[in-house]
Design a protein around this ligand. Structure first.
Ligand code: GCB
Length: 613
């Protein structure tokens, strides 16, 4: 594989914000919406006028379950969204930006008749400077063509197969291929001279905290950069000048699990005051605020340290998955899910299997919840399909399947994830893939450079990937590159089904093997499908009692292996999947139902995870 995957850069896309020099307008609500089953919209230039045959669609939301129509739910290909928006009359002379927090899985966007941007990948933001196309006080028409097709050259991968009934999308990940505009769309105004990226790296030296910041600016010739750090009460605690520097905080209030204390870093572009000290000091031309949690993360031997203290992960692999709106972001569920995590004693979760809404990470920052942040690289494994093991008729890594081009897209997905989330104190590990084929030479070749990409993008955080049980200890050829071992294991479910005694022996044996690697182990998935309300006196699979017994068995195993520093149950809640004989109205491994009612396992976990329960 010879492609130069270092060629493209992760582009910084700062989220729009209101500040003393910036303003934003949210474009959420009802948009006109048209399916494009004949793929005629581009030829017919649908962006150039009102969409034909349009219905109304909620944004943010997956479109699939909103319309009571199988043609919408199962649509394959492009759909179109459109609305008009009036540019605020006070924005004359400003730089105006159109920002999409995501479009799943790719989109092209027009402003009136002009194409302004395209983006590949369904879970990271993209934006365009549309200043030259707009006038303050006037309306513009925004049209987005969104495509849900997956191929071997997309992340996640899939393949469209020709069948007698027409083209059909196949993919190898176990969640429904929801699509659409899942997060907010913004129109925003910034000064022409502006900060376009900020990076912070924090450190601790006893009671002193350090914040190393780097700002990159556009159009700022002749302007100075000033950095002001304030505590949560708004009191200035440090300041500096120049595009990069170190701020020192005496008596620091550290960000820590359970204590989401945040400072505010204001990056100002300032006109020079003529003092010659280069600190500006004159009028503030641009102001951008970045929240900062001062903490450290380190892997030492088999320990995972946050602020130099051993951390044990308790929590879940989650999904962005809600009845009716699918992967659409919803603040009500955001707050409720975190309330349930606090109730149960979860101190962490993994963004399985894609980057989540920035609202989720901001919330985790503020509430001291630790995050394993994952790319959308799920299903790079032809030995798996929708939870079903077995050959899928393709070879995973080959010139015709997952290949150099896929790897370049994957590298870009890693860069965009890091570019977006690098400043979140909650993020402590990058997970660059979930359950890829990892026991072959092709896997080793594919992944080696991707670890380099992640480390180059962020030299400060541990990097790992999530290992599948088809590549057990001794067989996996990719874990050698990882700082942390992340394992998904289903002893007692997919293997040793219903036989927890045999499962316990086999699982302990494998885990003890992994422990010899001398790295921390996070069990990133263990779980059993459970039908709420199904009971059995002796623990039978699918019953609530079995889920409890299964988790207990896992915990006995973990407690005997020192290198295990984390336990994330699969899954927080039941979720939608593609249909299949292994799935009854979706995946039922939730500890909560899809509408967030507790199963018996919720109370059992609470007893283990909350010392005060
Ligand atoms: C896994 C996958 C996850 C599935 C889960 C299951 O290993 O990572 O996406 O949903 O197993 O329930 O089969």
């Amino acid at each position: 594989m010879g492609t130069d995957i270092a060629a493209t850069k992760g582009h910084a896309v700062l989220r729009p914000q209101d500040s003393s020099t910036r303003e934003r307008k949210r474009l959420d609500g009802l948009w006109a919406f048209s399916l494009d089953p004949e793929a005629e919209g581009r030829t017919a230039r649908w962006w150039a006028g009102r969409l034909p045959h349009a219905s109304e669609m909620a944004v943010p939301a997956s479109y699939n379950d909103i319309a009571a129509d199988a043609a919408v739910r199962d649509h394959l290909g492009e759909v179109w969204y459109q609305r008009t928006v009036r540019v605020p009359r006070g924005w004359a002379g400003q730089r105006v930006v159109l920002h999409f927090e995501s479009a799943t899985h790719r989109a092209t966007v027009w402003v009136d008749d002009t194409e302004v941007m395209s983006h590949e990948g369904g879970y990271t933001p993209f934006e365009a400077d549309i200043t030259g196309l707009v006038s303050a006080g006037e309306e513009i028409r925004v049209t987005a063509c969104v495509d849900n097709t997956l191929s071997f050259q997309t992340i996640p991968p899939g393949v469209v197969e020709d069948t007698p009934a027409g083209p059909r999308q196949r993919y190898w990940h176990d969640f429904f291929n929801y699509a659409g505009l899942h997060r907010s769309i913004w129109l925003s105004a910034t000064p022409h001279a502006h900060t376009d990226d900020v990076t912070v790296v924090t450190g601790l030296d006893g009671l002193t905290g350090t914040v190393d910041y780097t700002a990159t600016t556009v159009g700022a010739d002749g302007l100075g950069v000033r950095a002001v750090l304030r505590d949560a009460d708004g009191h200035e605690v440090a300041s500096g000048s120049g595009a990069s520097g170190r701020l020192t905080v005496a008596d620091v209030h550290r960000w820590a699990p359970g204590d989401g204390y945040l400072y505010d870093l204001e990056v100002q572009l300032v006109e020079h005051d003529g003092g010659g000290d280069g600190d500006g000091g004159g009028t503030v031309v641009d102001s951008y605020h970045q929240s900062v949690g001062i903490r450290t993360v380190e892997v030492r031997g088999t320990q995972f340290l946050i602020n130099s203290e051993p951390f044990h992960f308790t929590g879940f692999g989650k999904h962005e998955d809600i009845p009716v709106i699918g992967k659409g972001h919803d603040d009500g569920y955001l707050v409720h899910d975190f309330a349930l995590m606090e109730w149960i004693g979860a101190n962490s979760f993994r963004t399985s299997h894609y980057p989540y809404s920035e609202d989720v990470l901001d919330y985790a920052d503020r509430h001291g919840i630790v995050v394993i942040d994952e790319t959308a690289a799920v299903g790079l494994n032809m030995g798996l399909g929708g939870g079903i093991f077995g050959s899928q008729g393709y070879q995973t890594y080959s010139p015709d399947t997952v290949n150099d081009e896929t790897r370049a897209v994957h590298a870009q997905a890693i860069r965009e994830l890091v570019a977006r989330d690098k400043n979140h104190p909650c993020v402590v590990v990058w997970s660059i893939a979930n359950e890829p084929e990892s026991d072959t030479e092709g896997a080793e070749d594919y992944f080696r450079p991707l670890f380099d990409v992640a480390r180059e993008a962020d030299p400060t955080r541990p990097v790992g990937f999530v290992n599948v049980m088809l590549a057990p200890h001794g067989k996996c050829r990719v874990s050698q590159f990882a700082d942390v071992l992340m394992l998904n294991r289903y002893y007692g479910w997919y293997v040793n089904t219903g036989d927890l005694a045999a499962a316990e022996t086999a699982w302990l044996d494998e885990l003890q093997g992994w422990a010899t690697e001398g790295k921390p182990i996070i069990v990133t998935e263990y779980g059993a499908d459970t039908l709420p309300g199904l009971h059995s006196l002796t623990p039978q699979p699918w019953s609530e009692e079995y889920q409890v017994a299964y988790l207990d068995m896992n915990h006995r195993v973990f407690d005997r292996v020192d290198a295990v520093v984390g336990e994330h149950v699969w899954n927080f809640a039941d979720f939608a999947t593609t249909s299949g004989i292994m799935r009854v109205d979706g995946n039922k491994k939730g500890v909560f139902t899809r509408d967030r009612k507790p199963k018996a396992a919720a109370f059992a976990l609470r007893r283990r995870w909350r010392k005060d329960s």
